[in-house]
Design a protein around this ligand. Structure first.
Ligand SMILES: C[S@@+](CC[C@H](N)C(=O)[O-])C[C@H]1O[C@@H](n2cnc3c(N)ncnc32)[C@H](O)[C@@H]1O
Length: 198
């Protein structure tokens, strides 16, 4: 069994568990950046989960493609929020068309080799919102694999070719009110950047 099929099974099991129902709420970082969203256009929700963030974007006029490896999550998102174009796929093997999306959101899923592809998939002027956990998290949860945690300033470095609107590293509270060490970034692809420069 591959790593990705293990992930699909693990996440399917989580999403069948009632305790994960809060995953259908939009993330606070997305809500805080509502005023940066365009009134229409195409958005991509990377590792969408139950669709709370995708729904939030749909309700603000965007057409949203949500991708997740969990069939349970995709099925629930489709059922609860039919406006989302929800696709079950492994992001390790997913073709992203260049310069297609006006907004890309990526919450609590870290696939480092995907970030340059995602940046290429942004339209000039497009908005990128990303938030995920940092290695500081090991102070309270030493069992998390360090591979899925960001190093200090790593996120800012990954997006150094974009115009950074917001950057934060530190402790916040999760939706379940647990302390969580995160890095959050909102950035825009400059209008004048052409594909070759990205
Ligand atoms: C912590 S959840 C975050 C969900 C959502 N972005 C949110 O903000 O609530 C991580 C998500 O990544 C998805 N995932 C894990 N590995 C994946 C892969 N290889 N391809 C696509 N999705 C994946 C899981 O199914 C899960 O929904």
């Amino acid at each position: 069994m591959t790593m990705s099929s293990n992930d699909a099974i693990r996440w399917d099991e989580k999403y069948q568990d009632e305790r994960y129902h809060t995953y259908s709420e939009p993330r606070q970082f997305l809500i805080d950046h509502t005023h940066y969203l365009p009134p229409c256009g195409m958005a991509l929700d990377v590792a969408m989960g139950l669709g709370g963030n995708a729904r939030y974007l749909c309700e603000r006029g965007l057409s949203v493609l949500g991708v997740d490896i969990s069939g349970v999550a995709v099925q629930r998102a489709k059922c609860n929020f039919p406006a989302i174009m929800a696709v079950q796929a492994d992001l390790n093997h997913f073709y992203l068309p260049p310069a297609r999306f006006d907004v890309i959101i990526n919450f609590f899923y870290l696939q480092r080799n995907l970030i340059p592809e995602l940046i290429r998939a942004l339209r000039p002027g497009g908005l990128f919102l990303i938030e995920t956990m940092t290695k500081q998290m090991l102070e309270i949860k030493p069992d998390i694999s360090p591979d899925v945690l960001l190093a200090t300033y790593e996120l800012r470095e990954m997006f150094s070719n974009l115009e950074i609107i917001t950057y934060f590293e530190g402790w916040t509270n999760s939706r379940e009110n647990h302390p969580r060490a995160v890095a959050s970034l909102a950035a825009r692809l400059p209008m004048e950047k052409c594909k070759g420069e990205r």
